[in-house]
Design a protein around this ligand. Structure first.
Ligand SMILES: [Zn+2]
Length: 315
């Protein structure tokens, strides 16, 4: 295939919509998907009733379960009809057959290596620049990735996530400056979050690496828990970083009426809460979502500590 990446991606999606039943069915179902809007802390968010996402929301990611299944991101295990677009030497852009976005891509690396953003944030910005109709995002290995054993980004259509509008309304505290890039903390937002705004890739990378090094890593884990999104608009990269505390909220494990099957990943952090089960789609309230964010994101006190450390330490 020739042309810009954007053009190639458009062709890839329409090719699979014509030639791959699974993609045709699931993208057609998405056109009719039920959703409803809720206000949380004064910000609009959305619930999406999406039964096909049960695979991801209920995915078992313990070591034994991962070892027992063929990795669906390894080229050898992908369906034979699945095409891809090469991005650089390492990445392959494929269509996600279980979409949340009107256009939803998965971007694995060729090798079967664990999910880890360290050293790859610059790649994420390069993808955000090339995929100019998309927001590129990263689920940490314990923050929503259903293949934490295989490094991958995802990308979804711009104009879909409430975050794109919501972050502009939030109060911003300037935390660190590097060249033309600024690291902000969002205040009185849906949840504690950082934003990096930069015209220059290297400056954004310096700020991201700085924050990454300051974030705590849980015992036995190799990466601080986080969800990250990047997109480019008006010549600037915008990156939103959500430090996480837990993978699942307590309602995920609750029995009976109290149970809600929402497994927060980057998409939920950015304001679209996917409910694979209809009972949850009907009953979930703004209070439930507030509680889910409180239990899975970094507590305010720890956020304040992180901000203080960032101000204290030089780059
Ligand atoms: Zn793999």
């Amino acid at each position: 295939m020739n042309g810009s990446i954007t053009q190639q991606v458009r062709e890839l999606i329409s090719y699979h919509r014509r030639n791959w039943e699974l993609v045709r069915t699931n993208y057609a179902a998405l056109d009719r998907v039920q959703s409803r809007k809720l206000m949380v802390n004064g910000y609009e968010v959305e619930l999406q009733f999406n039964p096909e996402r049960i695979r991801s929301s209920a995915a078992k990611i313990d070591k034994a379960s991962l070892a027992a299944r063929p990795c669906f991101l390894c080229e050898a295990n992908r369906p034979g009809n699945q095409q891809w677009i090469d991005f650089g030497d390492e990445y392959q852009i494929i269509v996600n057959p279980y979409p949340i976005f009107p256009k939803h891509l998965t971007i694995p690396i060729r090798a079967h290596q664990e999910q880890c953003i360290r050293g790859r944030y610059a790649d994420m910005l390069a993808l955000a620049e090339a995929l100019d109709e998309f927001i590129v995002f990263y689920n940490g290995p314990k923050c929503g990735a259903s293949a934490p054993d295989h490094m991958h980004f995802q990308a979804g259509s711009k104009g879909f996530l409430p975050l794109e509008v919501n972050w502009l309304q939030a109060a911003k505290e300037e935390v660190k400056v590097k060249g033309q890039a600024v690291l902000y903390a969002l205040r009185d937002f849906l949840q504690p979050a950082f934003v990096i705004v930069s015209e220059k890739r290297e400056d954004a990378v310096a700020l991201f690496d700085h924050l990454y090094e300051l974030m705590d890593c849980k015992m036995g884990e190799y990466e601080p828990m986080m969800n990250v999104l990047s997109w480019k608009e008006d010549g600037k990269w915008i990156t939103c970083i959500y430090p996480r505390k837990n993978l699942h909220p307590s309602c995920y494990y609750a029995e009976g009426e109290a149970n809600i099957l929402i497994s927060p990943a980057t998409v939920e952090m950015a304001g679209v809460f996917v409910t694979p089960l209809e009972k949850d789609f009907r009953k979930v309230t703004a209070d439930d979502l507030r509680q889910i964010l409180r239990e899975t994101c970094l507590p305010e006190k720890e956020m304040d500590l992180l901000i203080s450390k960032s101000k204290l330490y030089s780059l």
